[in-house]
Design a protein around this ligand. Structure first.
Ligand SMILES: Cc1cc2nc3c(=O)[nH]c(=O)nc-3n(C[C@H](O)[C@H](O)[C@H](O)COP(=O)(O)OP(=O)(O)OC[C@H]3O[C@@H](n4cnc5c(N)ncnc54)[C@H](O)[C@@H]3O)c2cc1C
Length: 234
């Protein structure tokens, strides 16, 4: 039997109501950054020293970005489609493979936000505030009803023999999907600088925060230099 993605995923961080970011594999270390830089002088470190930490801070500060490309993170992500649309805009140094709604039946799992907010201010400079509890409940009910109605229609069409690729057309943006996402430390930092940011939508920010925690765990010196440098990717 083929295991589903969740059954094989380790190192999983839960995100939103049904989503997650799971680190499926990684080849990423501060030492690899140092050695990619030191090859310029035909030199190599066997373990991190204070001098090596200083080198990483220098590379970050002076935006010598290429030594940060010799690492690899492979994630499995489960996220609502509207988050995926934002995520997949990140092209440079990112690879994606997604569950196909043409080949297999989609599951009736959709996101219902806990954090229902209103937007205040001008386009480009919005801030968000929670709505009153009764408005929050009504919005959650609306989103649930729309998703359930859409999924009922999807199943009816499938029962009538309509192809999956057609029946899926009425499904909502809140539907969860799953995908493989691979990136290198430099591209991950660029993603985190844009999406683990107050400017980004709350939901993708939660995914970026989860991914950034893996960067911090595997490459603590690099991550600290990234944060100290104002969260700008080199
Ligand atoms: C807060 C926020 C709001 C947004 N709003 C919108 C919106 O309203 N509509 C919308 O369509 N998108 C929107 N986006 C998406 C945004 O425009 C980018 O597509 C997304 O953030 C990916 O950024 P990127 O291109 O820098 O990343 P990547 O695609 O990973 O590229 C990384 C870097 O590589 C270089 N690069 C990549 N491709 C090219 C290229 N073709 N030519 C030259 N240089 C390249 C650039 O230096 C780029 O910064 C928004 C993003 C954020 C964070």
């Amino acid at each position: 039997m083929v295991a589903t993605i969740e059954e094989t995923a380790e190192n999983t961080v839960a995100v939103l109501d049904h989503g997650f970011v799971a680190l499926d594999g990684a080849l990423a270390s501060d030492l690899a950054v140092v050695n990619a830089a030191r090859v310029s002088f035909n030199a190599r470190s066997e373990e991190m020293s204070e001098r090596d930490e200083g080198l990483i801070r220098f590379l970050m500060r002076d935006r010598h970005g290429s030594p940060f490309e010799h690492g690899y993170f492979r994630f499995i992500v489960k996220a609502p489609i509207f988050v995926v649309r934002e995520h997949h805009r990140h092209r440079a140094g990112h690879s994606y493979n997604e569950w196909s709604g043409r080949y297999s039946k989609l599951e009736a799992e959709y996101y219902v936000p806990d954090y229902v907010r209103t937007q205040v201010g001008k386009p480009g400079a919005y801030s968000f505030e929670p709505v009153d509890p009764e408005v929050r409940e009504a919005a959650r009910e609306e989103l649930t009803a729309v998703a359930e109605h859409a999924f009922d229609a999807y199943e009816r069409m499938l029962e009538q023999g309509v192809a999956k690729e057609v029946a899926r057309m009425g499904l909502p943006l809140s539907l969860y999907t799953k995908y493989f996402w691979s990136c290198n430390p430099r591209s991950l930092m660029h993603f985190c600088s844009l999406r683990n940011s107050e400017q980004a939508q709350y939901e993708i920010r939660e995914y970026a925060r989860a991914a950034e925690a893996f960067l911090e765990r595997l490459m603590p010196v690099t991550h600290a230099a990234f944060v100290a440098g104002g969260r700008v990717a080199p």
